[in-house]
Design a protein around this ligand. Structure first.
Ligand code: ADP
Ligand code: MG
Ligand code: MG
Length: 894
């Protein structure tokens, strides 16, 4: 018989594939002797079988029976017994945490009979009925699929009738009545009675949790987080412990360090006399953990000891869900805690200083994505601001946008290009589509562990939560704060690092981390407003410095101007991997190119090129001076010539109109002729790159000459310029041969004339499948390779990026043909195979061949990992992403 069920005692933290994250960590806690209520985990294998067959595997029922009976026997209680009932929770738990996405049902086993047993056992009628009404409510919503508002409204109505504001003030009789109301709602809206049989409840709850893997919102979340749909969830069945048994009971969530700021020292929320869901749902405002120390010092100390044990065991920041039942502490969940970008860097270096992890591990604990978040601007506070309110800083960042109150509004305004801030009383998983498009989230209720906070941190958007002065009125469609009335469309600014909410625009400024990256450690420290930020800047510096010492790939930048080059160099670029020279021909210089194209004789063309020479030389002098001593790859002109010429249709109309009105400008007529001649159906596959250089005599020669002269000039001024000449869009070794001959001729001639040895490397881009496939031949004529993965992706897929992204990528992501755009993350299977073939071919001819990549992929973490595996020598990316690539290249190497 397959084993679909594992006792908590049978597993450990490394069994996440099979037991899910929650199950694996519950097992680990049992293993290290922490107090976990007894239970078992139904494996992800069962879920996969269920997804495959559409029915729960029959063996599962049997195994569940055996596992339940074991617990029953150990405790001398039975599930749903009339006297002293065993109750369980049925909890989802996939390999990767999907906060709030999936279902959990508490208090399974309660029915009209066992509720009395529970009351008797606890000596508390009110508690028993409160637990029962929670079961009917959760079961109705989660298992039977009823609208949660039905129950919430009934509860609100009852509170209003009784004139109370908190659930805690409802009496046992009130709650008994509420159970009757709830059961009637179940019957009315689902057409069936609330199931009284405990085992039926258990089986239905298990099935509901399995089903929750495939809800729309869970799928949407997985697509965003790139979690495969095939994994399935585990289901944890866990003996209930009660935090709602009076004032000596309660429930909470805590962290071994602050997950928002990374501040060392424990951190958490506690809610007396409540069940776990109350904290997570943000229904009542919680107390800081310190409150527990006053209420129940023994449990508090025990909790601290458990936190220390967990942090030592996992050697990382842990988050923990716990419940205290009449003075007895129970741990219900732990995991290595999610954290903000700032916290990731600070905690990693704190753990290094505490000798719990090595610097190599610290690198693997921080990501390029997190570093990117820290590079974003923050609010500039020097001017006047209007503070509306201050609440909990739940996810950092500075967001300015107009208020939207629901998904529809958020999506509509975002589609129109507006920056929006989703303002809600509290969020729940249904609000995900609105959060996805929002710049920030502001809620009136909930703590740092509420849904809004957790999800926003995961998505890297800014969030302020628990703003209790905020009155979000969806009926009037307005938000009231201290007498002020705001409506959708009004602009607010929220600071997810401080919790401030401002009325109107607030200007934003560079982040201190960005200052550090651009201008060095002292500048970064000077820009940091407080100690926490100073610690952060130092942490980033230490981690990047170590990253530089362990990575094996170089990081270069794509830069076309001296300014960009200097910026990239300051951020740690070790060279320029791609200077796109065509960018130097745009703008005012466009007419020089026009002249080259329109030239009717060799003399005319040569004259036009001669005009361009000093300009190009000047460009290269600037660039090479900025990159003094570092390799600087200059790519010969690449784009189709029509990009320099006017639009065919526009010019035709202009000429036609002018002719009607008495005669067109002869120059326009001439240009029109050229535009017609050069017009292409598929410019991306037309006259560009090396083809252009071979067709228009003197064009590449001009650029090569400019590079050579700039090199001579700088050497004579005492610099050490290191240009590398790169030929684009090569498909055949013969193309490369022709350009190389020309280049060597020019370099020799200028070298002789100036008395300098100009042995500049001449290499090529590998951006056509044929180039990759014939790389062994091309390498005979190339001193280096650089993969142009943008074009290589276009030509491998046969898709022009500009044409397809808007047209059908969305459908392709929906139907799963693509899981992510291949222009964002390299398609390792297809395009990646060509990269591997190209590397192998090139190095079979020249074992020492230097090979890099200069497409957008050079700055993408997952792609960087691939390039490391493929044996590349360097990645080249935008100046902004250089620090990210430094970190990611190190992460790929350790
Ligand atoms: P999530 O993954 O959404 O956190 P959980 O399965 O952890 O869902 O459960 C939701 C809430 O119910 C949590 O606060 C948890 O602590 C609480 N809970 C789950 N199982 C039990 C139990 N056996 N006894 C008491 N509280 C529980
Ligand atoms: Mg939980
Ligand atoms: Mg290209």
């Amino acid at each position: 018989m397959a084993t679909y069920v594992h006792r908590f005692a049978d597993g450990g933290k490394d069994d996440k594939d099979l037991l899910g994250g929650k199950g694996a960590n519950l097992a680990e806690m049992v293993k290290i002797g922490l107090p976990v209520p007894p239970g078992f985990t139904i494996t992800t294998e069962a879920c996969r079988a269920y997804m495959r067959d559409g029915v729960v595997p029959p063996e599962l029922r049997v195994e569940v029976t055996m596992a339940v009976r074991e617990i029953e026997d150990a405790f001398g209680r039975q599930l749903g017994d009339v006297r002293d009932p065993l109750l369980v929770s049925v909890r989802s738990g996939a390999k990767f945490s999907m906060p709030g996405m999936m279902e959990t049902v508490l208090n399974v086993g309660l029915n009209d009979a066992s509720v009395r047993g529970l009351a008797e056992m606890a000596g508390d009628e009110r508690f028993a009925w409160d637990s029962y009404r929670r079961l009917v409510q959760m079961f109705g919503r989660t298992v039977l699929g009823l609208d949660g508002d039905l129950f919430a409204d009934a509860l609100d109505t009852l509170k209003a009738e009784r004139g109370v504001t908190s659930d805690v003030d409802l009496t046992a009789d009130d709650l008994r009545g509420l159970v009757a109301t709830y059961k009637a709602l179940v019957l009315e809206h689902s057409g069936r009675e609330f199931p009284q049989h405990p085992r039926e409840q258990l089986d239905m709850a298990i099935e509901a949790v399995l089903d929750s893997w495939n809800t729309d919102r869970a799928r949407l979340y997985r697509r965003r987080e790139r979690i495969p749909d095939a994994l399935g969830t585990a289901v944890n069945v866990c003996t209930m412990v009660f935090g709602n048994l009076g004032e000596d009971s309660g429930t909470g969530v805590c962290f071994t360090r602050d997950p928002a700021t990374g501040h060392s020292g424990v951190y958490g929320d506690y809610l007396p006399n409540a069940q776990g869901e109350d904290v997570v749902a943000g229904i009542r405002n919680t107390f800081p953990l310190a409150h527990l120390e006053e209420l129940d010092p023994t449990s508090y100390r025990e909790l601290l000891a458990a936190m220390r044990k967990l942090e030592t065991h996992y050697r990382d920041l842990c988050d923990i869900e716990f419940t205290i039942e009449r003075g007895k502490l129970w741990l219900l969940q732990t995991r290595v805690g999610k954290r903000t970008a700032a916290a990731a860097f600070r905690v990693a270096t704190q753990l290094v200083d505490e000798h719990l992890i090595t610097l190599d591990e610290a690198i693997s604990r921080t990501t390029g994505e997190q570093l990117t978040q820290l590079m974003f601007p923050q609010f500039d506070r020097s001017g006047e601001t209007t503070l509306l309110t201050r609440a909990m800083a739940a996810s950092p960042g500075a967001a300015v946008g107009e208020i939207v109150l629901d998904n529809a509004q958020a999506e509509a305004r975002a589609a129109e290009g507006a920056s929006v801030i989703l303002v809600r009383r509290e969020t729940n998983p249904d609000d995900l589509p609105g959060m996805v498009v929002a710049a920030g989230v502001l809620t009136a209720r909930g703590g740092k562990t509420s849904h809004a906070a957790v999800v926003a941190r995961g998505m890297g958007i800014c969030a302020v939560v628990g703003a209790d002065k905020l009155d979000v009125d969806l009926t009037a469609r307005e938000v009231r704060v201290d007498g002020q009335v705001l409506r959708p469309g009004d602009v607010i600014a929220i600071d997810g690092s401080t919790g401030e909410v401002f009325l109107g625009e607030v200007p934003v400024m560079d982040s201190p981390v960005m200052r550090y990256l651009s201008d060095g450690l002292d500048a970064g420290l000077a820009a940091a407003p407080d100690d926490a930020t100073r610690e952060l800047v130092v942490a980033v510096d230490r981690i990047l410095e170590h990253a530089d010492s362990v990575r094996t790939m170089e990081v270069r930048a794509n830069a076309d101007s001296a300014d960009d080059a200097l910026r990239a160099r300051a951020r740690g670029a070790q060279g320029i991997g791609l200077c796109r020279t065509e960018h130097q021909f745009l703008g005012e210089r466009r007419h020089f190119v026009e002249a080259v194209v329109l030239a009717e004789s060799d003399e005319e063309r040569e004259a036009a090129l001669a005009d361009l020479l000093p300009l190009q030389r000047g460009d290269f002098v600037g660039l090479l001076e900025a990159m003094d001593g570092l390799p600087t790859t200059i790519r010969l002109i690449d784009p189709p010539l029509h990009e320099f010429l006017p639009d065919l249709t526009e010019l035709s109309v202009k000429v036609a109109l002018a002719e009607r009105d008495g005669g067109a400008d002869p120059r326009d007529v001439k240009i029109l002729g050229a535009v017609r001649r050069m017009h292409e159906q598929n410019p991306m596959l037309g006259l560009r790159g090396v083809r252009l250089g071979l067709k228009i005599p003197g064009l590449f020669a001009l650029q090569i000459r400019a590079v050579a002269e700039a090199t001579v000039e700088l050497r004579e001024r005492g610099f050490d310029p290191r240009p590398e000449i790169m030929v684009p869009l090569v498909g055949s070794v013969r193309e490369m041969h022709l350009v190389r001959e020309e280049a060597l001729g020019i370099l020799t001639e200028i070298g002789r004339g100036s008395g300098h040895l100009l042995d500049l490397p001449v290499g090529c881009m590998i951006e056509l499948p044929r180039a990759a496939l014939t790389a062994h031949r091309i390498a005979e004529e190339a001193d280096f390779f650089s993969f142009g993965t943008n074009d290589l992706t276009q030509t491998t897929w046969g898709m022009s990026r500009d044409d397809v992204e808007g047209a059908f990528f969305h459908d392709y992501l929906d139907n799963g043909v693509l899981t992510i755009s291949p222009f964002e993350t390299i398609d390792a299977l297809g395009v990646g195979a060509l990269v591997r073939v190209g590397v192998e071919g090139g190095r079979s001819t020249k074992p020492e061949l230097k090979i890099g990549v200069c497409g957008e992929h050079g700055g993408d973490p997952e792609s960087i990992r691939f390039f490391q595996g493929a044996g590349l020598d360097y990645v080249s990316c935008s100046p902004f992403r250089v620090p990210v690539a430094r970190l990611e290249a190190a992460r790929a190497a350790v």
